[in-house]
Design a protein around this ligand. Structure first.
Ligand SMILES: CC(C)(COP(=O)(O)OP(=O)(O)OC[C@H]1O[C@@H](n2cnc3c(N)ncnc32)[C@H](O)[C@@H]1OP(=O)(O)O)[C@@H](O)C(=O)NCCC(=O)NCCS
Length: 154
């Protein structure tokens, strides 16, 4: 196992086009489709960090801020913000782009937690996350405190 990785080393950018089968009757992207894309982008980020398979174990702070329209492009950015023993937390941001005007807007944010699984499907240890920037260090400290509170039952 490597000594550790920076958030930048494993960050993921994933682009999608909103097609007719992905929308509701108003022509807006289905929420479940967005959650699926966020799940895939987050999983890819974690797989790059641990070089193993991963399973989604929790989703939190999921916000739907603006609808995404049929025909728009969605750019999902996923970045690891915390890693524990076997679990990893990713922040995912989705931005919609109107291809006719070039206008962009952040439509969704969320934090997904994944657990690394070995070839037999058992949870496995992950490399350390080494935050670099002030923002990455602050995010890590925040999530570390949240982890401590959760495992102590607080
Ligand atoms: C993933 C799985 C194997 C973990 O096994 P488990 O015995 O429940 O694991 P634990 O309770 O020891 O937790 C494992 C890690 O997840 C973390 N975790 C558990 N519940 C969590 C929650 N609600 N939120 C955030 N992290 C959580 C634990 O803190 C631990 O992290 P650490 O090793 O970094 O300290 C098991 O929960 C599972 O198979 N879940 C279903 C996964 C799934 O089907 N996902 C959808 C398809 S990918």
């Amino acid at each position: 196992m490597t000594k550790g990785k920076t958030p930048e080393e494993t960050s993921v950018v994933m682009t999608q086009l909103v097609l007719p089968g992905m929308t509701n009757l108003l022509g807006n992207l289905l929420g479940g489709q967005m959650m699926h894309w966020m799940d895939v982008a987050g999983a890819l980020c974690c797989m790059r960090h641990c070089n193993m398979n991963v399973a989604t174990i929790a989703v939190e702070a999921l916000e739907f801020r603006h609808p995404v329209r049929q025909g728009e492009m969605v750019c999902l950015k996923a970045k690891l913000i915390w890693a524990g023993k076997t679990s990893m937390k990713v922040k995912i941001t989705a931005e919609a782009e109107n291809l006719a005007t070039g206008a962009t807007i952040v439509t969704n944010v969320a934090k997904y937690t994944f657990v690394a699984l070995d070839k037999e499907g058992r949870k496995a240890a992950v490399p350390r996350l080494i935050p670099q920037t002030a923002e990455e260090k602050a995010d890590f400290a925040f999530e570390e405190a949240a982890y401590r509170r959760r495992i102590s039952g607080g």
